[in-house]
Structures are given as structure tokens and as C-alpha cells.
Design a binder for this molecule. Structure first.
Ligand code: ZN
Length: 412
């Protein structure tokens, strides 16, 4: 195995560079139909290493991305209200900051069902979405969003520029970590970007993942884990310069970087130097920072298991909320099955009636909660904790309580 960015060999045992080993698991978005329950599932190793040279934390590329993002991929962005609000605010900020208008072009990579570009289109700004999954792309087109079904990379970027033109703004939210060929993707960004254009990238921040022990955000489809230092290194290798950075609460703590061609007119804000200094102060340039994470992840897993076993002994019923990828990592690593967590509620009709990969816990509609009146609802996507708690506040009527497992077991 070689580093996805700098090609340094990574699998030498003497390197002591294992960041986290979660054993084996099926792809976290491979939800099962009832018919599939009688068939076996494919499990893949889930092990992360730190590159000693560029410090990129990365998972082995275990299978082709076309297999991971199957046509029946069930994640539709628009089903999360807080995510829509986040997208709308971003569009408001970016369009006014960059002075975008009806003569501009906005390109979004991994545009999903048009959750973000709908706000760009509403302002009369031309835009095009790039989305590899046909189901979500069809949903975007139904909203009137021009969408191309493709994986983004240098080759595609060249064709896009030839057919249309270079973009004034390229948006890549929560996709950089999912890109198997990182260098090709970033080279594509540089290729598709107008001389004074801007790329914004939102990516979970590794510093937050480590500090808050968010090991459940690790799954096969999530190949790379970035500090600002590593993104800066990767971007610089392709002639892109980061001139601003924001920290966001999304996905447990993300970075939003603003980049442009090196030598463009965009001048650096003080936030870039401040964020880089904070990473140095945290020790992120030293390999020691990346060791010892396994023990902390194991502690979270053990605490969840103890909690579920204790509730069962005490005769209390615990059910899950949120059939998200991070829940699947946690449940599979902890070995939780339907005897400890009989079902998981999810708002998306595309997931209801299916079963979680690996744990095979059924996904049901919210109506089940009122009928069943469980004692505790374990919220798996802790990043949506507040939204879910407000939405399900009625469980208090029968004395129901909420729980989260990461970074520590909390019941309230
Ligand atoms: Zn490297």
C-alpha cells in the first residue's frame, strides 16, 4: 500500500503508523433488502494508516468506487433539514463574497439531489452539478438542476471545460475524503477553475475527529482524513493556494477552505495562519499524535456495549435513530445486533423497510416510536442530535430518554 498523495510505502510494520484498525465491515451504505437477508455479505478490512511523509491518514482502497456507490445508493441530502439550511447559508455567503451573477458559472461536485444548487439556480446564477449516482442525479434534474452523471477527475474536467467553460466557483462539499484518486481529483479542480475562480471544499477536520474520538466517521467510502496542513500540501502540488479557512460545526467539526490558483488576486486572511498554528500546537505534525487513537475508540465501543447490556438486564428497551454510515461503523465494530437494538428509525423512505449492512437491524418509519414507546432512543448520527431531540421530543410523554454514544455515553 502506498500513500494516496505522495506514494510513500505505508504497510511496513516497522513504521508503527496504524491509526485505527476496525477489523472488517461491509460497505456502510450497502443497506439490505429483505430478499438479500438470505445471501452472504461482503466484508472488507477497515484499517487506517498515517503517511509518515505528508501525514495523510488513509484507508486501504479495498474495492472499486463503482461497487461502493451502487446505483441503489440510498443517501439523499435533502432529507436532512439542518443540512439544507447549511447549504442555503453557504450559497448566500459565497455568491455575495465572490460577486457571482447571471454571467458566472457555478459547478458543484457530488451535487447529490440538487440540495445546494437549487439555491444557486434560484438566484439566476448558471450552475451545473456533477453526480455519479443516477438516482440522486434524477432527483436533481426533477428540480430543474442541470446534472451530469460522472465521477469527477482530470479527464472529465478537461471535457467539461471544452463543452462549457471554466468555473467561477467550484463547490466540493464532503467529497474530497471520498475520492480514491486524490491527486487526479485535485488536478481536475485546477483544470476546471477560471483564472480568478475559487474552489470551496468542506471536509471533516481530522483534529476534531481525534479530539472528539469520532471514530464512527471512519468507513470504507471515506478514504482520506485531512488536517489543514495535508490539504494545503495536496493543493499546492496542483498549483492551488488556500487563502481562507473557516471552521464549521458540520459532521462533528469541518473545515471549509477557500482556494484559488497560486498567484491569483485573492489575498490570505489571518484565519489560515491561525488554523495552521493551532494544528502545530496540537502536535499534528508529529507521528505520536496519530498513535494511541485505537485505545480511545475501543473505550467508546466498550462503554456502548456495557450500556446496552445493562439496559437489557434492567428490562429497558433501547432503539436507534438515524440509519447513517457512522451508525453502521459503530454498531458493526461493537458487534451490536437486533437483540440489543431491535430497530433503527429513519426519516428517509428510501431506507425504511431495509436492513443495516452487517448488523442487519431493520430500518423503520418514525410511526413505530409512538406505537412502541421505547425507554431510550439512541441517536446514532450525533451531529444531528439537537435536531432529532427536538423532532422526537414527544417521547418524554411516556418517560422516554435520548442517548448518544460518541465521544462518551450520555443519557438525558
Ligand atoms: Zn503521503
Amino acid at each position: 500500500m502506498k500513500c494516496r498523495h505522495c506514494a510513500t510505502p505505508l504497510d511496513d510494520a516497522l513504521l508503527d503508523n496504524v491509526f485505527l484498525d476496525l477489523g472488517t465491515a461491509p460497505p456502510s451504505n450497502a443497506f439490505l433488502t429483505a430478499n438479500a437477508l438470505s445471501a452472504p455479505e461482503l466484508y472488507f478490512p477497515l484499517k487506517l494508516r498515517t503517511c509518515p511523509r505528508c501525514l495523510l491518514v488513509q484507508v486501504d482502497e479495498v474495492q472499486s468506487h463503482t461497487a461502493l456507490f451502487a446505483p441503489d445508493y440510498v443517501y439523499f441530502s435533502s432529507y436532512s433539514r439542518s443540512w439544507l439550511a447549511h447549504a442555503e447559508l453557504y450559497v448566500e455567503k459565497a455568491t455575495s463574497r465572490l460577486g457571482l451573477n447571471s454571467g458566472s458559472l457555478v459547478v458543484e461536485i457530488a451535487s447529490n439531489d440538487g440540495y445546494l444548487l437549487q439555491y444557486v439556480a434560484a438566484r439566476g446564477i448558471p450552475c451545473v452539478g456533477i453526480e455519479p449516482t443516477t438516482g440522486t442525479a434524477s432527483a436533481a434534474r426533477a428540480k430543474g438542476i442541470d446534472t451530469i452523471v460522472e465521477f469527477f477527475g482530470l479527464d472529465f474536467a478537461g471535457r467539461l471545460v471544452a463543452q462549457r467553460r471554466r468555473a467561477d466557483l467550484i463547490v466540493a462539499n464532503n467529497v474530497l475524503a471520498h475520492v480514491p484518486n486524490l491527486n487526479d481529483f485535485v488536478a481536475g479542480l485546477a483544470c476546471a477553475l477560471a483564472p480568478q475562480g475559487v474552489v470551496t471544499v468542506e471536509v471533516p477536520h481530522l483534529q476534531q475527529l481525534v479530539e472528539r474520538c469520532q471514530f464512527d466517521t471512519i468507513y470504507h467510502e471515506h478514504f482520506s482524513y485531512f488536517s489543514l496542513h495535508t490539504i494545503r500540501t495536496v493543493f499546492a502540488a496542483h498549483g492551488l493556494h488556500i487563502w481562507d479557512v473557516e471552521t464549521l460545526p458540520t459532521h462533528g467539526g469541518s473545515l471549509r477552505i477557500w482556494a484559488a490558483h497560486s498567484g491569483s488576486d485573492h489575498s490570505d486572511t489571518p484565519a489560515v495562519a491561525a488554523a495552521l498554528a493551532a494544528e502545530v500546537a496540537a502536535g499534528m505534525l508529529e507521528m505520536n499524535y496519530y498513535r494511541g487513537f485505537q485505545a480511545r475508540a475501543n473505550a467508546v465501543k466498550n462503554e456502548l456495549l456495557s450500556f446496552l447490556l445493562q439496559q437489557q438486564r434492567d428490562g429497558r428497551k433501547v432503539v436507534g435513530y438515524g440509519a447513517a454510515a457512522k451508525g453502521n461503523t459503530l454498531l458493526n465494530y461493537a458487534g451490536v445486533r437486533s437483540d440489543l437494538l431491535p430497530y433503527v428509525v429513519d426519516a428517509s423512505p428510501h431506507k425504511q423497510g431495509r436492513y443495516l449492512p452487517g448488523s442487519r437491524i431493520p430500518v423503520v418509519a418514525e410511526e413505530n416510536l409512538r406505537a412502541d414507546q421505547p425507554d431510550i432512543v439512541l441517536i446514532l448520527p450525533w451531529n444531528l442530535c439537537q435536531e432529532v431531540t427536538e423532532q422526537l421530543t414527544y417521547i418524554r410523554e411516556w418517560g422516554g430518554r435520548f442517548a448518544t454514544a460518541v465521544p462518551t455515553m450520555e443519557v438525558g
